[in-house]
Write a new protein. Sequence first.
Length: 179
Amino acid sequence: MNIDKELLDILACPIDHNELTLEGNHLVCSAGHRYPMRDNIPIMLIEEANKAKGSPLTAVNPDSSGTQEPDFGMPDPNGIDWFVNRWVAATNGRMFLPLIGKLPRYPIPKFPFAKGSGNRLLDLGCSWGRWCISASIAGYKPVGVDLSFEALQAAKRVAKQLAHEIYYVVADVRKVLGS
């Protein structure tokens, strides 16, 4: 398992804000808090979140790559990721209901702010990463954060397919931001 040094440099333990190092398949802080890595995605959930019923961590199968597409019938002729095709209305709005399973292209919005010039951008609740891709096109270096490991796996696949370098982290922003 590896992690990009640039991402490791901006991450910190969500419990005590200590620096993290990579030890095997885990990020570890000096106080001993451990966070697993799956598919090179850090899973930065604190203990209370891990114990919660239905926690995304419980859905992470360490023996599965998570990249296999479920069998929904014929492969998508437009090359649209299965997760995006299935969840497009839930992540983009009701107007996409008729397009579930039929997307002609990824619905990537135009980024509404000034050019990024390489600035870091944090997208909280990024799901499959449409705003991360939009920000990347606008010149930002995005980091997408979501509670759903499955959504972030899709985000990684879409970013790779569209040739964007974007980092993704599983985290509960309510805990990380202290609210």
